[in-house]
Design a protein around this ligand. Structure first.
Ligand SMILES: [Zn+2]
Length: 128
């Protein structure tokens, strides 16, 4: 219980799971403290580490914000594999808003997971 990881929140754990579900081969969290404010950066890569390939980054003023920004960068404007609608990562006040034919990835406090508003994952969740 002495690691710095012990304070990782459920949301961060779920975000890491979600990023993994996008097909990321690796991810990383780092921070830059050269200047104030300290900035956190989350990185996900889609080929083996050390190989040039698709990567995505998200930044924030704490680790959780960086992961949320990365999730937004990965999910916003994509296409849901299940319902075919445009995807949006909705972690903030926009949660629950009607966005038309948009499939929202939202925080589910009961499951402690991010789930798609179309329910697309429901039938396939058992394996996870
Ligand atoms: Zn969907």
């Amino acid at each position: 219980m002495e690691t710095e990881e012990q304070s990782v929140s459920d949301k961060v754990m779920a975000a890491i799971d979600l990023i993994g579900r996008t097909g990321a081969k690796w991810m990383q969290i780092r921070f830059s403290e050269d200047e104030e404010p300290v900035v956190w950066i989350a990185v996900a890569g889609y080929t083996e580490r050390g190989v040039d390939g698709p990567m995505q980054v998200g930044a924030g003023l704490d680790a959780e914000s960086a992961y949320m920004a990365l999730c937004g960068a990965l999910i916003d404007g994509g296409q849901c594999k299940h319902c075919g609608h445009r995807t949006a990562f909705a972690d903030g006040p926009e949660r629950g808003l009607s966005l038309g034919n948009v499939c929202r990835t939202e925080w589910d406090p009961e499951k402690k997971k991010y789930t798609q508003s179309c329910g697309g994952r429901e039938g396939k969740e058992k394996a996870g």
